[in-house]
Write a protein that binds this ligand. Structure first.
Ligand code: UDX
Length: 431
């Protein structure tokens, strides 16, 4: 099929490239000509393992092309809208980019072109978009097909979806979706057809439930520390219950990224607008926000404010260069307010972090460089590269041999043999 993709961010680029690998002809639009130029020359503008190879293969086979001109979408059978929906101050989602994309599409494309919203939009948005189109005197139809890709494993997640969700308004649209997703083995991966609002709710409720699960295990980590239990064994023991599941039970410095915080706030906002109380969702949001200052206090209970510390990891999780709403960044901001000097090093997020221009922060490409004069090393992001550092070498560099491991990433024996005292979350190994 001829498919248009609007937006080449973490969702749009993965969706466009991977659909082109399935044989579809993809026209991908981004209004930033620099991004278009890079992508058209085969340079991946996001950090997603395996994506650049697929991009190169599809460019070679002319299965994908990039441009800033909406007119290139004119013959599309369907168009995925994958633009950003950033959070507003009040927690609501800003849908401005979606409305502007829809306005361009309905001016240029035939009314038979199916509009598919893949951007994360609050439930009932597709209904509002449809009304917007009707008021413009057009007949294009709006459907929904939310993404469930995790940054850092988006190619894997595209190839191994748990389910495909399609929000439709008319039975004939099933045929179009079945043609787009022809490659899906429905014995392995169910395709759910529902209405657009329920489709949007599946996305928001899934992300919000995962956030609640994380806030819960992080609170249990606090209790484990107090009573001398072990959070790693607790997670293992809980996760063996199939009803709970072992994923998303790793305690950490709090959850972050461009999705969970934004999506939970938007769902809470939508519920409050509909006078629905969300005690569980709201308290998990509060719990996560309070964790950042809790981690600051934990660090300050070992290191005097005004000291120099080393932050290993600024990305919101390993495998990505994305620092948006990263727990690491939120905690580093709090530490900087306490006059800490922070020497920072990430595996992929250095450039994005440097762009934040935080005071008292120095970015290093080499983790050992970031350790000089350091009173302690704080592990914020669970990169394997940090797990496998030479801690004997590290102990000859840092001023004070203390590691605060907020991801319980490091091998306790290896690090203590190198002469370090290690502080974890959710367990008191130093007892
Ligand atoms: C999330 C959803 O997982 C994905 O389905 C959706 O499409 C987009 O939002 P993403 O935000 O990329 O994906 O990252 P995810 O892997 O979900 O992690 C989110 C946050 O939770 C990160 O800060 C991560 O460090 C944290 N996390 C995750 C934990 O602290 N512990 C865990 O066990 C898992």
């Amino acid at each position: 099929m001829k498919i248009g993709i609007i937006g080449t961010g973490y969702v749009g680029l993965v969706t466009g490239v991977m659909l082109s690998r399935k044989g579809h002809n993809i026209k991908s639009i981004d209004l930033n000509p620099k991004i278009v130029e890079k992508l058209q020359s085969g340079i991946c503008t996001i950090h997603e393992s395996g994506l650049e190879k697929h991009l190169g293969d599809s460019l070679k086979e002319s299965k994908i092309s990039f441009s800033s001109d909406y007119k290139d979408l004119v013959c599309s059978d369907a168009i995925f809208i994958c633009v950003g929906t950033p959070g507003n101050e009040d927690g609501s989602a800003n849908l401005g980019y979606v409305y502007s994309a829809i306005s361009s599409v309905i001016e240029i494309c035939d009314e038979s072109t199916l509009i598919i919203i893949k951007s994360t939009v609050p439930p009932t948005s597709a209904v509002k978009f449809q009304e917007f189109i009707r008021q413009k005197g057009k007949k294009h139809l709006v459907t929904s097909s939310p993404e469930f890709l995790r940054e850092g494993s988006a190619v894997f997640d595209f190839e191994n979806p748990d389910r495909i969700v399609c929000g439709i308004t008319d039975e004939y649209q099933k045929e179009i979706f079945n043609k787009i997703y022809y490659y899906i083995d429905i014995k392995k991966t169910p395709i759910i057809f529902t209405d657009t609002t329920t489709s949007e709710m599946i996305k928001y409720s899934s992300n919000s439930f995962l956030s609640v699960k994380l806030s819960f295990i992080n609170e249990m980590a606090n209790l484990c520390e107090k009573i001398g239990a072990n959070i790693d064994d607790l997670s293992k023991g809980m996760g063996m219950d199939k009803r709970i599941g072992s994923l998303f039970l790793n305690a950490g410095p709090g959850y972050g990224g461009s999705c969970f915080p934004k999506d939970t706030n938007a769902l809470e906002y939508l519920a409050s607008k509909n006078e629905i109380e969300t005690l569980v969702l709201s308290s998990s949001i509060k719990s996560n926000l309070s964790r950042y200052s809790m981690m600051r206090d934990k660090i300050m209970s070992f290191v005097l404010s005004g000291s120099t510390i080393t932050a290993l990891g600024m990305a919101f999780k390993a495998g990505t260069d994305d620092v948006r709403d990263s727990p690491a960044v939120n905690i580093i901001k709090l530490l900087v307010q306490e006059n800490f000097m922070v020497q920072c090093c990430d595996v992929a997020g250095n450039q994005n972090f440097a762009g934040l221009n935080l005071p008292n922060c120095t970015v290093h490409d080499n983790p050992y460089e970031a350790m000089h004069q350091s009173e302690c090393i704080v592990i914020f992001t669970e990169w394997d590269e940090f797990k496998n550092l030479d801690y004997k070498k590290a102990s000859s560099i840092v001023k004070n041999k203390l590691i605060i491991d907020l991801r319980n990433l490091l091998d306790y024996e290896k690090v203590t043999e190198a002469g370090f005292k290690i502080v974890n979350i959710g367990k008191n190994l130093n007892k």
